[in-house]
Design a binder for this molecule. Sequence first.
Ligand SMILES: Cc1cc2nc3c(=O)[nH]c(=O)nc-3n(C[C@H](O)[C@H](O)[C@H](O)COP(=O)(O)OP(=O)(O)OC[C@H]3O[C@@H](n4cnc5c(N)ncnc54)[C@H](O)[C@@H]3O)c2cc1C
Length: 582
Amino acid sequence: MVKHFEFDSIVVGGGGAGLRTSMQLAAAGERVAVISKVFPTRSHTVAAQGGIAAALANVSDDKWLWHMYDTIKGSDYLGDQDAIEHMCKNAAAAIYELEHMGMPFDRNTDGRIYQRPFGGMTKNFGESSISRTCAVADRTGHAMLHTLYQKNIELKTKFFIEWIGLDLIRDEDGDVLGLIALELQTGDLGIFHAKNTIFATGGAGRIFQASTNAFINTGDGLGMAARANISLEDMEFWQFHPTGILGAGVLVTEGVRGEGGYLINSNRERFMERYAPSAKDLASRDVVSRAITQEVIDGRGVGPNKDGVYLTLSHLGEELINEKLPGIREISIKFANVDPVKDPVPVVPTVHYMMGGIPTTLNGQVRDGVSQKEVNGFYAVGECACVSVHGANRLGSNSLLDLIVFGKAAGQHILDSSKNKKLKKLPKDVTKKTIDRLKKIDSKSSLENPREVGEELRATMQKHCGVFRFPQLLDEGLVKVNELKRRIRNLSIQDNSKVFNTARTEALELQNLIEVALATIASAKNREESRGAHSRADFPKRDDKSWLQHSLYNPKDGSLAYRPVKMKPLSVKSFPLKERVY
Ligand SMILES: Cc1cc2nc3c(=O)[nH]c(=O)nc-3n(C[C@H](O)[C@H](O)[C@H](O)COP(=O)(O)OP(=O)(O)OC[C@H]3O[C@@H](n4cnc5c(N)ncnc54)[C@H](O)[C@@H]3O)c2cc1C
């Protein structure tokens, strides 16, 4: 059965980005629906721990211009300076908006919002570290997501929960007219016909074996965009978070180091002093992850296989840990069998965040192909989008900020630009391709098992496209991932029941993961330099002459095109290129 729905706007994804966008639209009286494959407050945003950045100056002097400089430097100069200015300049207002919605921020004794230091956040253009990250203990995302969800309930946003989006609807002109989705509870299809479609589908960290990401982070938005022939930007840049729990991958927030925790190797040495003499443990994430990996390679690792290092925080004392890092204590006891009040926690760099994504303008409108022409009716916000503010490496606590600043901007742009917009007619046979794909998965015609192929994909990406990247491994990896793509086209499942068929969901998600993996490894193989999170053993230096460019991966033929980084901010002077040291 195919159900039919019509809205002014549909938002695909109920995480922070989706809910901030839908809120903007619903508040203006638009007919807006949020479609989410999980209950909105189970989106990955709920797992964000450390906080959200803004130059509020509640602890010491601060300026949004310093935040802008830190973000540009953190991005290894690949972030677009106009987008970064927009985000940092609007950060404080965005935080106060959340505060007024009722988000329960921690407070200083004077009643103002509590802020903690975070990696790469500095005072006076790199002089010393600064407390800029606003927090709700170590459960900031949880507080933010629930605040936004309740606001949407108040504004009467319509929710379609446990519906999984399968394909974009695009007509002959290339305009986007909505989405085809599947209701998990019934197995029915739905056509969501809308003037505007906003993707807020989050990250895709599940292309790797060791990941801090939720199991639902399968890059569905990118898969759907790729199947609709929309190019993907900067996909070689994946952030490895330095402190995932060894063996489990569960995240230990950077807030631990912000509060004064530090890393040690098997000799009990504070090794970050050698790699980043000034910022030490609060250098940016790519720098710390490479340092840990190097310590392990040099034989100074800890744990049964000597493949991690220790994060020590016992010196902070039980009281501070219980007050500011209660979730971390719980996670360490559960997943590492270590109470951090007494002993150090074994950690390892773990995939965490996708800097690349669906290319957009400052207003969230999707830009396509070499021409970067705006796609009518199509927006992307949050982790699935690439604005680009994070460039080659994101600073911790800048993602939650990105969600709310650009979520609001996209909502506002829709309101401003589509007042008189009419709903276009749907193309003929709009569901045909999707139904064919579903039938093939149900056909039992092949022996390709989603679980097995998925595991192979994750192992391949982990080995061939990790913290350090080697030319031969990239070449072999690309061949392997292409081969896996052929197999994934032939997936089939043995149980064809309709109701909550998790095997079918897994197969559909895998068809998205493969698009993301292919874009990642193809872009990584082509970029012959080291910048931010992309570290090539054969090209160890950043090469601004050839590579101050964003990658644009074309899913149609796997080719790559490039567009120059925007070095010109909106209103202030450009920040010139500099060597990046911490
Ligand atoms: C463990 C962890 C800790 C983090 N801590 C911080 C932090 O302290 N500070 C910070 O700034 N950043 C942090 N990050 C990063 C940040 O949390 C994420 O980048 C951000 O929350 C992503 O938000 P989003 O709204 O884009 O997507 P998500 O919150 O991931 O939501 C995606 C939504 O899309 C829906 N969806 C996906 N596919 C489909 C589909 N096919 N059909 C229908 N719905 C779909 C999902 O149901 C979900 O509702 C952390 C990330 C992790 C993993």
